[in-house]
Design a protein around this ligand. Structure first.
Ligand code: SIN
Ligand code: CO
Length: 377
């Protein structure tokens, strides 16, 4: 049996419907044996190797003299050599961009829309290691891999942070509940629920994070999106210019003319859907795609498409809305006739061989293949 294929236990016997209704974004849930056979996706050595890999975002948190120190990637193997035997932790972001098993694990959480997914992070810590009490602006499922971690949580409203600390550490953390999680146990936390994870022994924790963007961020980014798309005809004109007593003053006429022009800038739900699709599928700045080493000709690509499976690159993010597909920050032509098929690819990250793909679809897949967004296998 695939140890990751256990929807009956994942939510502790709750149906997805009941979990969403009673816990999601509302309150924490401890789930013992959520994935009973889960012991992790990689060893501590592999996690450290990944932290030392180019393009991987990782952090090293060291507890010293009652405080926390933070180092950011890129790391070298020697950064981990001189560390003490306890009280440090390395956290590696975007595991799903590097390990197909991590992408498989995320499929367990497909009951949450992909547009909400941030990434899968793994942390490794020897005994005593952790990042201190804090809160996140995320929904997170903390899945325990190897070893044991003590989780202390609090629904406190006091979110004051220790000033000047290199990490966001809560000044007054008041523990309300705590548990020790072992392999396969999982803790769901809604955004802003204070928590502190302390390694009881050598342990690894997998964080499945779902982002909750601040409205300020969305509004600012929407304006950035709009800036490249608005088209306002004409130019300022004042053929009826009147003399004014104070030449330094912005006249009412000027103000009225510019205000009525800016008021013509309009957007509708379709623009917002398009913005969301592009923004939420946009790869993070450190992500780069590798083009195939030997590019197939279009003809050979089409033939392979009819024989092989199409698989999204682990770093690709594909979303859809109505008849538009968003691939890694770009929207496709909404008139594409193969929307259902493309949505299937977005849902499952793979498509079985296609018997008679349309020329348009082959052309689109070929473009994505050349960019390294997907491959055939
Ligand atoms: C950890 O795995 O140590 C930290 C995860 C978190 O608190 O968000
Ligand atoms: Co956290």
């Amino acid at each position: 049996m695939n140890p990751m294929n256990n929807l009956s236990t994942l939510l502790g016997g709750l149906s997805v419907h009941d979990f969403l209704r009673d816990y999601w974004q509302k309150k924490p849930l401890l789930i013992r044996a959520a994935l009973p056979d889960f012991s992790g996706l990689l060893t501590p050595k592999q996690a450290i190797e990944l932290a030392c890999t180019e393009d991987v975002q990782a952090r090293l948190v060291i507890q010293r003299d009652g405080g926390f120190e933070l180092e950011q990637s890129p790391f070298k193997a020697r950064d981990f050599k001189g560390l003490s035997k306890t009280h440090w932790s390395v956290l590696v972001q975007g595991l799903n961009h590097h390990l197909s098993t991590a992408t498989e694990l995320l499929k367990q959480f497909d009951f949450i829309p992909h547009a909400r997914l941030d990434d899968l992070m793994v942390s490794y810590a020897p005994k005593g290691g952790g990042v201190g009490p804090h809160f996140d602006a995320y929904d997170v499922f903390l899945l325990q891999g190897m070893g044991h971690r003590r989780w202390q949580i609090s629904t406190q409203a006091d979110h004051t942070l220790i000033e000047g600390a290199p990490l966001r550490i809560l000044k007054n953390f008041k523990i309300e509940q705590e548990w020790v999680l072992g392999p396969g146990d999982m803790l769901y936390l809604p955004p802003h629920c204070a928590h502190n994870g302390i390694a009881e022994d050598e342990c690894m924790t997998y964080s499945i994070g779902f982002r909750t963007p601040a409205y300020q961020e969305l509004a600012e980014q929407f304006l950035v999106y709009l800036q490249d798309r608005i088209c306002v005809e004409g130019m300022y004109a004042d053929p009826e210019l009147k003399t004014q007593v104070h030449p330094s003053e912005i006249s009412k006429d000027m103000l009225n003319q510019v205000a009525s022009t800016i008021n013509q800038v309009r957007w509708d739900k379709e623009d917002i859907a398009n913005f969301l699709g592009c923004y939420l599928s946009e790869p993070k700045p450190h992500i780069f795609f590798d083009a195939p080493e030997e590019v197939l000709s279009l003809k050979k690509f089409k033939k392979s498409l009819q024989e092989k499976q199409l698989v999204l690159d682990l770093k690709s993010q594909m979303l859809c809305h109505e008849h538009t597909i968003y691939m890694n920050g770009e929207a496709t032509d909404s008139a594409l006739p193969d929307y259902n098929l493309l949505r299937e690819l977005a849902d499952n990250r793979q498509l079985n061989s296609l018997k008679s793909p349309s020329d348009e679809l082959v052309a689109l897949f070929y473009e994505w293949y050349q960019e390294g967004y997907l491959s055939l296998c």
